[in-house]
Design a protein around this ligand. Sequence first.
Ligand code: PGA
Length: 258
Amino acid sequence: MKRIIANWKMYKTIEESLHYIQALTSLLQENEDPIYLAVPFTAIQPLAFATKKSYIVIGAQNMNDAEEGAFTGEIAARMLTEVGARFVILGHSERRRYFQETDAFINRKIQRALTDGLQPIFCIGESQIEREEGRTEKVLRRQIKEGLAEIAAEQAEDLILAYEPIWAVGSSHPATPEIIEEAHQICRKTLQDLFGNEAAKIEILYGGSVTPQNTPELISQPSIDGLLVGGASLSPETFAKIVLLAQNRKINISSGSS
Ligand code: PGA
């Protein structure tokens, strides 16, 4: 099974989210694999309730590292699990870039998520300049080592790593299979350095301009354990196509798809 995760970012009200779920579940009839949706905070509870006992797994896109405290505007892991979130995206490049999140802060968040029962989807990736200057390997190794510092191998098994080159996110220019293969090997090796044999259990996903058009090629790469989908996850038809393609199932979707 290849894991598919949608990242809605700052899109969809509760009402829009509920319509989406209705459309998605009718398009994905007979699906059994878990499908992860990282949704806005406000939609977590209604969606977790609406999809209870189904294959849909609802999660968040961020959280604070503290258990609780005087941090105006922040949200704690326990508050997310209480409303039904089961995973959380951490270290996304948009958080690193627009909200100055550092590797050390992301590390504390990952530790908190693991302690408080949320599965971390840990995002890493190099910028265009870092790639051009030949620093990709160094950057990926640093992000993984610092992001996963002081985490035990038994805990690390629960997390999922997502390689998302910054230049490919939201750009309509996905990385080529060759680039992804090379980056995933660096990630796999770094995880092995940290966690030994246990590292084999950690899934490594790819994210960055995934569409139904490029899904078959991406998903056929053995080193890609799944996909993290942003823009193309916002339409239930387009996202359902990606899921069905990733599962090698027949596609019979027309309206609103691309
Ligand atoms: P994209 O976003 O699919 O729109 O490139 C991916 C992500 O940000 O996780």
